[in-house]
Ligand binder design. Structure first.
Ligand code: 8DG
Length: 137
């Protein structure tokens, strides 16, 4: 069986805005925008991995809420799973501490203003569809 390594990405939603992060490395990904997160390490649940990655990369105390249905292939052997996330009360505001050099909080009509990684576009589209349906409730 082919090995698959899950990369967890955060749809960090705040006041109807989605947090996007601009990668600073490696060179082939630098300057493109992504959902912050990273690889699930052996022995971790996806939720633990995502909370750890967000603490390391953004300095926040985040709570994973729920999985966005779907999975998106990245460069083999990676596969992207996305979870909605919110900040716990008292958390610091996100800052680009590691792996990123800029952050943006995108309103629904700004989502496509940034140059998302090609492989993230379908995942972001799914996040936006859910954001819109939540707003409609
Ligand atoms: N975090 C994240 N990684 C992504 C996304 N889209 C995408 O292709 N990737 C790729 C970049 C990397 O090749 C791989 C894992 O990302 P990473 O570098 O953030 O993972 P990590 O923090 O665990 O990595 P490491 O530096 O500890 O090795 O997934 C995305 O939306 N979020």
């Amino acid at each position: 069986m082919t090995e698959r390594i899950v990369v967890v990405g955060a749809a960090l939603l705040d006041g109807g805005r989605l947090l996007a992060a601009r990668r600073s490395a490696p060179p082939e990904l630098a300057g493109r925008w992504e959902l912050p997160g990273g690889k699930v390490e052996p022995g971790e649940t996806p939720e633990q991995a995502l909370e750890r990655e967000l603490r390391e990369e953004l300095g926040v105390d985040a709570e994973v809420v729920e999985r966005v249905p779907g999975e998106w292939p990245l460069k083999a052997p990676y596969i992207l799973h996305v979870w909605t996330v919110r900040l716990r009360p008292g958390s610091a505001e996100p800052a680009p501490l590691e792996d990123h050099d800029a952050l943006r909080r995108l309103a629904p009509d700004e989502i496509w203003d940034v140059d998302w990684l090609d492989q993230d576009v379908a995942a972001v589209r799914e996040v936006v569809a859910r954001l819109r349906s939540t707003e409609a409730c």
